[in-house]
Design a protein around this ligand. Structure first.
Ligand code: COA
Length: 368
């Protein structure tokens, strides 16, 4: 997709110039979970590939992680582009600090950016790709020259800690990028895009209570309705199909072949899904960037966290061609292409892990 800035005939693209990831310091291993749930390390690893995840401390919220990632992404942008100025802050999240207002204005204010445009995007685990498209649109429309996009989620605040099917999958974290106006042909340019949804399957991934539907009904919501619910097997099937279709649609729009992709960076749902999608696309698994083993599924944070991890490990190099693909509740899905820029220096990732105290994940009240 080549966008043209409003009032100009020159093609314009959003260009990546800053990147960072952040996770909370409390690590929860599979063994930690097995001490309080009827599960074990072998089951979790075989079904999901996950070894450990990070979770927030009681009292920490999504914005706390978003601010940490955002601050580091702005520093990264300063190092690579000579300025940390941004005109807009977009936060992709399913676990906003509050039902109202959005989390982005508070994050912007805490980053010293009060006054800029700030809003949330909720496309569940596809949120970061939807956020990239939103940021690219702001830049193409001439609304902003530079955008800070943060994917941040704290699933530990909505997953029932006693629900073994979901507690094993999700972790908390935040990843952030800075995008600036540039040319579609320069390294760092984001696009082409493919975005889609199918709300007929909204019940496959849902927190039933807390919104206007439940609030308009009499009576208190049940414990189950206040927590995250997922029909895992069906989600698995939809995820593989939709991610592969979306990846193909994006490659076709750009005129790329699968062999043109140096790194496939999927939403880190679980390892089996990622490998199934790579196999479906005919892409060697070595080209599939995976980070889910050490952080779990971190929702809207997962793609920028995987990028930050790969960038810190120098497994992605300048000029490499990336295909990003995500899938999430809604249902939603989306993909986009990205040519990797040259980052002058890259901050180490993630935060040093601190083993969890026992019990590992105290029951936290679900958000209303
Ligand atoms: N430990 C041990 N056993 C568990 C368990 C756990 N943590 N969670 C579920 N089980 C049990 C079930 O109760 C069931 O037992 P039963 O056969 O006696 O009824 C058995 O394991 C199989 O459960 P099932 O749900 O069929 O397992 P599965 O093979 O489908 O794996 C998921 C479950 C969640 C790992 C899998 O469905 C999945 O990966 N889904 C996609 C989830 C995802 O990535 N979502 C994010 C998309 S953005």
């Amino acid at each position: 997709m080549s966008l043209t800035a409003a009032g100009s005939s020159a093609p314009v693209a959003a260009v990546l110039c800053g990147l960072a990831g952040w996770v909370p310091s409390r690590v929860v291993t599979n063994e930690d979970l097995a001490r309080r749930l009827d599960t074990d390390d072998a089951w979790i690893r075989t079904r999901t590939g996950i070894r450990q995840r990070y979770v927030v401390e009681p009292g920490q919220a999504t914005s706390d992680l978003a601010v940490e990632a955002g601050r580091r992404a702005l520093a990264s942008a300063l190092a690579s582009s000579g300025t940390d100025r941004v005109d807009a802050v977009v936060v992709a999240t399913t676990t906003a600090d509050h039902t109202c207002p959005a989390t982005a204005p508070a994050v912007a204010a805490r980053l010293g950016l009060a006054g800029v445009a700030a809003f949330d995007v909720n496309a569940v685990c596809t949120g970061f790709v939807y956020g990239l498209a939103s940021a690219a649109g702001l830049i193409a429309a001439g609304v902003a020259d530079r955008v800070l996009l943060i994917g941040a989620d704290t699933y530990s605040t909505i997953v029932d800690p006693l629900d073994r099917a979901n507690a094993i999958i999700f972790g908390d974290g935040a990843g952030a990028v800075v995008l600036r106006a540039g040319h579609p042909d320069e390294p760092g340019a984001v696009g082409h895009f493919d975005l889609g949804s199918d709300g007929a399957h909204e019940d496959l991934i849902m927190v039933a209570a807390g919104g206007s539907r439940q609030r308009s009904l009499p009576g208190a919501p049940s414990r189950q309705d206040r927590h995250f619910a997922m029909r895992g097997k069906e989600v698995y099937r939809h995820a593989v199909t939709r991610m592969a279709e979306s990846a193909r649609a994006t490659l076709s729009r750009a005129g790329w072949k699968i062999d043109d992709v140096d790194h496939f960076v999927p939403h880190q749902a679980n390892l089996r899904i990622l490998h199934s999608v790579a196999d479906d696309l005919g892409l060697p698994r070595e080209r599939c960037v995976t980070h889910v083993e050490s952080v779990g599924n971190t929702g809207a944070a997962s793609i920028p966290l995987a990028l930050a991890d790969a960038a810190a490990g120098r497994t992605i190099g300048p000029g490499d061609r990336l295909l990003l693909t995500a899938f999430g509740g809604g249902l939603t899905w989306g993909s986009c292409l990205l040519t990797w820029p040259a980052f002058p220096e890259f901050p180490a990732f993630p935060a040093p892990a601190r083993p969890a105290a026992q019990p590992t994940q105290p029951a936290q009240p679900a958000r209303p």
